[in-house]
Design a protein around this ligand. Structure first.
Ligand code: TXA
Ligand code: MG
Length: 362
């Protein structure tokens, strides 16, 4: 299959281009499009054949459910078996925007979309291209991030093309996605609202709306992993081989990974860089929080932004850049274990093979 790349204006998308993409989706095809978080790979959520194409194109295990994207809260409510007050509050405050809500699913949604489980993930994106496409197509659109399963998430059309070119019908190229990290996911299907995946909306802002919001167990800092390598091997293999719905989907630990070996270090990243260089490795260093200056022909350095939003917005792009530079190792200086770094540290924990930081005091 040839993948058509269609440049589109990110702020005022051209009607004729949006309509072409919508027509592909109506016919059961796959279209990648920008959202305010990352690029999504869309298909008609009501068409199991089209949804199956997403799983095939991504190489995604069929028990990992997809987020359904809609143009309005009313359309979202129709896909849930019930709509609690907490959903109404969050939707009023944060939709359209980078927030995904997990709710009991209605019968309209095919089981393939939800990984066979009883709940559905819903989101109304804010990006003008995504919203225009959803309004034009007038269908719920299932859209995971537009990358092969376990590989780095795409924040530019080029990333999508490198990962999924030849496997999907069209890429709407609306430039780099502004947010750079996947949406915040909150599970509202149980007794207590639970943050499953931190994202661009901080836990602080979420608690202003939902004071009883809890963090899922894996997000507590004491769950930080001092033995990264062994955890990755056991959890990733078990999750991906199982055919039953995942109890906590999205927790597959091998995720978002660059090709190079990613090592997260605090506080001594620069020492590790030196060590790797002396062993003959070629190293990408995502430097943060200090000025130590090293120069070497096999070293590529990038200074990550001090601010967490700016950091999140460029993190995946910098990991992609390091892979394109063919380094064997990426060393990253870890930002601190503080709440506004939660989403970034969550992604890094999954992407890295080494996590080296003093254990948090209990
Ligand atoms: O920002 C985003 O959320 C992007 C854009 C395209 O909207 N999408 C995205 O989709 O990141 P994906 O498939 O890469 O991640 C969706 C996450 C997965 O971790 C999945 O397991 C979880 O949401 N998820 C989906 N449905 C769920 C459900 N019913 N219960 C629990 N988790 C669910
Ligand atoms: Mg993803």
């Amino acid at each position: 299959m040839t993948t058509e790349i269609m440049p589109v204006h990110p702020h005022s998308p051209q009607h004729i281009i949006v309509e072409r993409a919508a027509e592909i989706l109506r016919r059961g095809g796959l279209v990648a499009f920008p959202t305010e978080t990352v690029y999504g790979l869309g298909a008609n959520a009501l068409d199991p054949v089209a949804v199956q194409r997403i799983f095939t194109a991504k190489g995604r295990p069929s028990n990992n459910p997809l987020i359904v994207h809609l143009a309005s809260s009313e359309a979202a409510r129709e896909l849930c078996a019930n709509w609690p007050a907490s959903a109404q509050l969050l939707a009023e405050r944060f939709w359209p925007g980078p927030l995904t809500l997990i709710l009991p699913k209605s019968e309209t949604i095919p089981g393939l979309v939800t990984g066979g489980g009883p709940t559905v993930a819903l989101r109304i994106p804010q990006h003008p291209v995504a919203l225009a496409l959803l309004r034009a197509v007038k269908l719920p659109i299932a859209a995971p991030s537009a990358n092969r399963s376990t590989e780095l998430t795409s924040t530019k059309a080029d990333h999508v093309l490198n990962s999924l070119g030849g496997r999907i019908d069209m890429i709407l190229d609306g430039g780099p996605t502004p947010g750079g990290l996947e949406s915040t996911v909150i599970d509202l299907s149980g007794n207590v609202p639970t943050l499953l995946r931190p994202g661009l909306i901080s836990p602080h802002d979420l608690r202003l709306v939902l004071p009883d919001l809890q963090l899922a167990a894996h997000l507590h800092s004491n769950a930080a992993d001092s033995n990264k390598e062994s955890k990755q091997n056991s959890t990733a293999v078990r999750d991906e081989q199982s055919s039953t719905p995942l109890i906590s989907p999205g927790l597959m630990s091998k995720h978002y990974s660059p090709r190079a070996k990613l090592e997260c270090w605090s506080p001594e990243g620069w020492r590790r860089v030196q060590e790797l260089l002396s062993e003959g490795a070629s190293v990408g260093w995502l430097r943060w929080g200090h000025q130590t200056n090293l120069r070497h022909s096999r070293l590529k350095v990038f200074d990550m932004p001090a601010d967490s939003l700016a950091y999140g917005s460029c993190l995946y792009a910098k990991l992609h850049d390091m892979d394109e530079a063919n380094v064997t190792h990426i060393v990253l200086d870890l930002p601190p274990d503080e709440e506004h770094w939660l989403a970034i540290r969550d992604r890094l924990r999954r992407a890295s093979t080494v996590w080296h930081e003093p254990l948090a005091s209990v």
